[in-house]
Design a binder for this molecule. Sequence first.
Ligand code: ADP
Length: 484
Amino acid sequence: MKVLAVVSEIFPLVKTGGLADVAGALPLALAPLGIEVTSLVPGYPSVMDALADAVMVRRYGDLFGGPARLLQGRASGLEIAAIDAPHLYARPGNPYIGPDGRDWPDNAIRFASLAAIAADLGAGAVADFVPDIVHAHDWQAGLTAAYLRYREIGGARPGTVMTVHNLAFQGQFPAALVPTLGLPWSAYTPEGVEYYGAIGFLKAGVALSDRITTVSPSYAAEILTSDGGMGMDGLLRARAPDVRGILNGIDDTVWNPAADRLIARNFNGAHLAERRENKVALQARLGLAAEPDRLLFGVVSRLTWQKGLDLLLDAVPDLLARGAQLALLGSGDATLVDGFVAAAAANPGRVRCVIGYDETLAHLIQAGADAILVPSRFEPCGLTQLCALRYGALPVVARVGGLADTVIDTNEMALANGVGTGLQFAPVTRDALVAAVQRTVELWNEPEAWRTAQRNAMRTDVSWRRPAAHYAALYREVLAERAA
Ligand code: ADP
């Protein structure tokens, strides 16, 4: 089976968040199942650099205002098709945002191009590569199914899957762009690309794809409700029979405490004592008091409202009152940055915050912190808690979305059965977070129970093995339906 993944970022070539991790890992997990994935990505500078040996497979005289070439090649074990369109993608820095901190003004055509070429390939434009399934990820790829439906490309008709990694980002653009995007006005209907009087890229993908997936079963249920549906719940409810939740995994070779070169000392579930050296190293690196017996909470996160870190900021005094330390790594909203920087300044040795993006420190925090806090208001899947499980840092998470689906709360019965892997709290409020911190402290004070939870966490299968099998089954379901 051949699958064309359509995605705006892919690890390790270009990454701003979890989407890139998924795009980079899923093809590798699908390969052993007989599914060949080629990933269509915009030719940003970092992508073009990685594809020096690629071959040109198609030329476009005018792709939304400039010439373009489609290149195919391999990079980091991935089959990549890259759109070399300098007028759209030859820009340094963040793929979505310009140096002024705002979205690139031409994002509509930058990502319509991605979808248009995906549709072209889906319809069989490159004879050597005719996909059975076109799998679009997030709003940037959302128009793919619209181009397949409304542009009279002819040719093959692949199955279509739309994956929503975060419903908060929907890609809405003015209706006046319909002709600019090369769509007929007949596409601008409630059944097609129209969305609240504008063009909805993600909406189009949700309305027009054979299946819609999101990245956890709980989030799949939440987005069907008016509370979690972010304006799209009506449409999603109408499509409910075709909506699936498939958890993300993590790359367990990148995240492997037994072989990780970014941490101070390797360890595994049978050698938890060695783990302590990472805590010592983390405390030293950050300038936290060198007290390895003190409970150390870690955070690795974007600093945004979604992640609930304002609640944590409010709870810092409660956390300190219970004797804990806090190590935070993140970047994002200025108010949260300022708040955490001030909390660190007011509590030297107890609270340390590193503002920025730092892969190495992220690994050391996972390996050295005792618990990882994830107080998200909503969380489609979440990857940090999966890394935390693997590294024996107990995830303390809000009971929402993928967090609810991946962490087993160490409640009394879980303790009695020895099955807990972390702690959950609800509702997502400061008080409930403080109560969870209190429960974490109580568990910390029972070293035997703590170690059991750590070992359970580290035994959890957070790999792509099961998720990949679910995607494979979904693709087969779509193909069977097409054939019927
Ligand atoms: P989201 O995609 O919503 O930001 P996820 O938990 O799904 O959240 O994925 C975020 C990924 O990025 C995780 O692998 C996390 O460890 C990593 N990450 C987030 N912030 C940072 C940071 N400041 N430095 C290093 N890694 C980070």
